[in-house]
Design a protein around this ligand. Structure first.
Ligand code: BEZ
Length: 216
């Protein structure tokens, strides 16, 4: 069954390029990104994994642990990692799960038979420290993902998890935000003493409050 926002991310134990992963235990109190790619030794996937490796510090800054996955075995991942280092100029620096029996792929519904018969599509799951699924994305094989967008979304998730705000279209960390409509003006005065710009009663724009805790 498809995984929905707010579901508890299914736990699993699997082999990876960094040894056995017990998923929930591995995540600990961190945020997590579990993402699948269709196949080792393929061009778009090679660029994607290099891009994620280059963003290691950005994910670490946000207290996010990243884990990749495909239905290839760990032995293939390790061979392919040499090509990633050679062509992308960065070593693989996060675990890649080998899932040849598709146990995790099936658990997370990462195989979409009408798109790719036996391979995982480009799925992304962002998981909060409470182990709940906060965001899902699905891209087809021919379209590489924008991992800057993933960081932007994580910034929004980490802000809106702790503050009574929502982030508007194309928002970037530091931009103005929207006070959630469920908050009355009386309540908003307490939380946003510097005030807001009321474009409509339901559209109140204010300065971005600080994230409660980047480690939360
Ligand atoms: C790729 O990564 O380039 C790719 C993988 C599977 C199917 C098509 C493209």
């Amino acid at each position: 069954m498809a995984i929905r926002l707010g579901d508890t991310a299914p736990d699993f134990t699997a082999e990876s390029t960094e040894g056995t992963i017990r998923f929930h235990e591995y995540l600990g109190d961190s945020w997590g990104v579990l993402f699948s790619h269709p196949k080792d030794f393929t061009p778009v996937c090679t660029t994607e994994l290099g891009t994620v490796a280059k963003l290691k510090d950005e994910f670490a800054k946000r207290n996010v642990k990243v884990i990749g996955l495909s239905v290839d075995p760990v032995s293939d991942h390790k061979e392919w990692a040499k090509d990633i280092a050679e062509t992308q100029g960065v070593a693989l620096n996060f675990p890649l799960i080998g899932d040849p029996d598709r146990a995790v792929a099936d658990l997370y519904d990462m195989i979409h038979p009408n798109a790719l018969n036996t391979l995982t599509v480009r799925s992304v799951f962002v998981i909060g420290p409470d182990k709940q699924v906060k965001l899902t994305l699905t891209y087809p094989a021919a379209t590489g993902r924008n991992f800057d967008e993933l960081l932007r979304v994580i910034d929004s998730l980490q802000l809106t998890a702790y503050q009574k705000v929502a982030t508007p279209a194309n928002w970037q960390d530091g931009d103005d935000v929207i006070i959630v409509p469920s908050l009355s003006n009386e309540q908003a005065k307490e939380l946003f003493p510097a005030g807001w710009n009321e474009l409509k009663p339901y559209l109140r724009v204010t300065k971005q409050p600080s994230k409660k805790s980047s480690a939360s």
